[in-house]
Design a protein around this ligand. Structure first.
Ligand code: TGC
Ligand code: FAD
Length: 390
């Protein structure tokens, strides 16, 4: 490649905006994904299996709870966390989901709202991948409105009695501990529910067409007695779980860039080799316009996420900005994956090519952590001051 040639997956040279440490994190995770993740994802997806044996390697690289300082965590900055998500999701959204949930939805609330004992007990074990967590917010009757949750906890002496259920929970059946959000007479509180507590059960949701290489399940609480030591003492309102979502959504804005890059990379190669009407289809105007549009959307997403990461590292990131980026970047990635599938023609439905797998995964990613509509309405509320959620 001549020095005048731009990197098609990084047209605005985001790479040169990274510090040496950030670039090293990106390159290290990229190598891991190329060598260890991509070769097995097709089969994992087809078999509907989360590649659990990768957890140790992910932990070894310092990718679990990477933003936390201390407790055996790597203490990296937010841009590095974003780059980790981007590279993992270039492999598959399922592995990125695992890391998002463990880091942003389980370790983050324990670190931000937990007691010293809870931090000492769970964070180092979770950083090493020896303890797995899940996050229970969504309920069967409607995840977009978590303030309407039915799961509740009542004081009983020093303990709490937990009843209810949660739905669509990543890592549900492999989790040693679930951070569960429940209504109480004192506001919405978070509880660390351990897998062996009587009355607690997790059940896998099978036959998904999306995120097949990720574990998704339901959680059930039937008079689960939770000791007061397992209550997160630092928060008593919806702000608790929503602040966790802000962390995870931030990572997702980066993650989906990786999925989109994998799709563009595939069609850039394919269209050079696919000769129709006497020329490679890469030479035709419409295919070039479609791929240029993919590059435009990827570039926009990269610039949004990098700016968001710099704001986050400066302590200035606002939830509305995260909503706009989650909406923009998920929509861009999903549209790119769908169009890449089409450019591959019939081959596009074969498991040998990545766009269809990414497209199916992205149907979940655009829905979880707040649907596209929810994020549009968050931005609408910021612009108008009027709350369309009622
Ligand atoms: P609202 O009255 O607006 O807010 C209640 C309190 O929370 C504060 N807040 C936030 N804080 C931090 N980050 C945010 N993003 C926040 N959004 C709101 C707010 O300031 C307020 O604080 P205070 O002090 O005044 O009490 O609440 P609302 O009930 O009207 O809801 C607003 C809405 C619709 C935006 C919210 O409910 C929402 O985000 N709904 C979508 C739910 C969602 O995204 N669920 C995701 C579940 S987890 C998941 O999907 C994991 S997938 C993982 C994977 O595999 O990667
Ligand atoms: P609903 O809330 O019922 O929404 C249905 C439709 O109504 C959507 O199109 C929505 O955009 C629309 N809608 C909602 N409100 C409005 C409005 N005011 N105006 C107009 N339209 C509206 N949750 C967790 O707690 N933890 C997890 O680990 C987790 N992992 C997940 C993994 C996967 C694979 C999936 C698919 C989901 C996961 N979720 C998790 C749940 C996810 O967050 C929810 O699916 C999501 O928040 C949407 O909730 P819902 O599915 O109940 O849809």
């Amino acid at each position: 490649m001549s020095t005048n040639t731009l990197d098609p997956l990084d047209l605005f040279d985001i790479q040169s905006e990274l510090s040496d440490d950030e670039a090293m994190v990106k390159d290290t995770v990229a190598r891991f994904v190329d060598d260890r993740v991509i070769p097995l994802m097709r089969e994992a997806f087809e078999k509907h299996e989360f590649p659990r044996h990768l957890i140790g390697e992910v932990a070894e690289l310092g990718l679990l709870g990477s933003s936390i300082d201390g407790y055996d965590c790597a203490g990296m900055n937010s841009v590095s966390y974003g780059l980790i998500c981007q590279e993992l999701e270039r492999g598959d959204s399922g592995l990125r989901s695992f890391v998002s949930v463990q880091s942003s939805l389980v370790m983050y609330p324990i670190h931000a709202y937990g007691s010293d004992e809870q931090k000492d007990r769970w964070l180092p074990a979770m950083a090493r991948g020896e303890a797995i967590g899940c996050f229970g917010l969504t309920e069967p009757h409607g995840g977009s409105d978590p303030g309407n949750m039915k799961t509740h906890a009542k004081r009983d002496g020093d303990d709490w009695i937990l009843n209810g259920s949660k739905m669509w929970i990543t890592n549900a059946t492999i989790a040693d501990a679930a951070v569960v959000w429940a209504k109480t007479d004192e506001g919405i509180k978070g509880f660390i529910v351990e897998k062996d507590m009587p009355g607690y059960a997790a059940q896998e949701i099978e036959n998904k067409f999306s995120l097949r290489a990720s574990v998704t399940g339901a959680l059930f609480f039937d008079n689960v007695r939770v000791p007061k030591e397992n209550l997160l003492p630092g928060v008593s309102s919806l702000k608790g779980p929503l602040s966790c979502l802000t962390q995870a959504r931030y990572g997702i804005t980066w993650g989906v860039i990786g999925a989109a890059q994998a799709c563009l990379d595939e069609v850039l190669r394919y269209t050079q080799d696919r000769v129709l009407f006497g020329q490679p289809i890469a030479n035709t105007q419409t295919i070039q316009i479609r791929m240029a549009d993919m590059a435009r959307r990827i570039t926009t997403a990269q610039l949004l996420s990098l700016r968001l990461g710099r704001l986050k590292d400066a302590g200035k990131m606002r939830p509305t900005q995260v909503s706009l980026a989650k909406w923009n970047n998920c929509r861009a990635a999903l549209d790119i994956a769908r169009d890449a599938r089409d450019i591959l023609g019939g081959s596009g439905i074969s498991a040998e090519y990545v766009p269809n797998r990414h497209m199916l995964n992205l149907e979940s990613v655009i829905t979880y952590e707040g649907t596209e509509t929810i994020h549009q309405l968050v931005v609408g509320k910021e612009l108008t001051g009027a709350n369309a959620f009622g």
